[in-house]
Write a protein that binds this ligand. Structure first.
Ligand SMILES: *Cc1c(COP(=O)(O)O)cnc(C)c1O
Length: 230
């Protein structure tokens, strides 16, 4: 199937749901991104800063670029002028750096806090208590150029639907709890980024508001496979 047909098929499935679709274009050439763009897609995601910057520079400027991979503090400056949403904030230190560069660029940068929900080892993401600690950090209220839009999580890479479902349930429950305790009056706290090609249907059933699909749209990645890297 073509990229255009793949996108149509997904849009059909999503029809009445408010779930936002982010097309994850990492490792894919700009021609593929343009094909999706011609089909109407405007939100794209990458997991590496360099690749994101390179693609931003040559592609149409009305694309909303999402960074979905791990972000190192020393690379924030490269994406601060244009990034639409940073999905994987995992420390107050990183958040402060994003705030600093957002201020320099005279912008507010939207961010999601990455929550560690999977069974398997991954260095990235925070657990519940770390998230609460971050939100209670005495410097947090002074970060006026970032906005926490919600949470992001990656479920275990497993065939067990039950495990994946429980992990997404946990993420959505945490989101609901934080909404009540920390963001009750903040309408912008509205995003639960969960669901990839293998598990997005479960994620939607569990309350996802934003799915990140790569291979379902662009086909399998041949050169590099999934790597949650810098
Ligand atoms: C690569 C990637 C995706 C998309 O993966 P697919 O399985 O191809 O849909 C989603 N989220 C993150 C964080 C990724 O790195």
């Amino acid at each position: 199937m073509s990229i255009e047909k793949n996108l149509k098929a997904i849009k059909n499935e999503l029809q009445d749901s408010p779930v936002q679709l982010i097309a994850i274009s990492k490792t894919k050439p700009t021609e593929d991104i343009l094909e999706a763009y011609e089909a109407g897609q405007r939100a794209f995601g990458e997991n590496q800063v360099q690749e994101l910057v390179d693609k931003y520079e040559i592609l149409p400027k009305d694309i909303a670029w999402h960074l979905v991979g791990h972000l190192q503090t020393n690379k924030v400056k490269y994406i601060a002028p244009f990034v639409h949403l940073i999905h994987a904030v995992d420390s107050i230190k990183l958040l402060k750096e994003i705030n600093k560069h957002a201020l320099k660029n005279n912008r507010t940068i939207d961010c999601l806090l990455q929550v560690y929900i999977a069974e398997e080892d991954t260095k990235f993401g925070m657990d519940h208590s770390e998230i609460i600690e971050l939100l209670r950090d005495e410097e947090f209220p002074s970060l006026q150029n970032i906005r926490i839009r919600g949470l992001m999580g990656i479920a275990s890479n497993t065939d067990s639907e039950k495990v994946v479902k429980e992990e997404f349930y946990e993420l959505k429950s945490l989101f609901d709890g934080l909404k009540l305790s920390f963001f009750r009056k903040d309408d912008y706290f509205d995003t639960v980024s969960m669901g990839m090609s293998s598990d997005y249907k479960i994620a939607i059933a569990e309350g996802s508001t934003m799915i990140r699909l790569g291979s379902t749209i662009f086909g399998k990645r041949v050169t590099k496979h999934f790597k949650n890297n810098d």
